[in-house]
Design a protein around this ligand. Sequence first.
Ligand SMILES: [Zn+2]
Length: 78
Amino acid sequence: MANEDPALMERAKRARRIVKNPALYKVCMGCDSIVATKVHICPNCHSYRFESDEEFVVTQAKHLSSRAQHSVVAEDLF
Ligand SMILES: [Zn+2]
């Protein structure tokens, strides 16, 4: 796929990983970022409210991978 945006490809790859293992992730209620379950404070907005429902995480991962994102998938920060 020579004309694929590499950033978009990377995002799609992460999203697939999250979709396969939603139990390892949760969604920040402050900024919609997806973070690892073990994270207690969001690295982006310092919120401590998360939604860890697996279906919600999967939906959010697909949502983030399918558009130009304004929020960050922060799993690699940990
Ligand atoms: Zn946040």
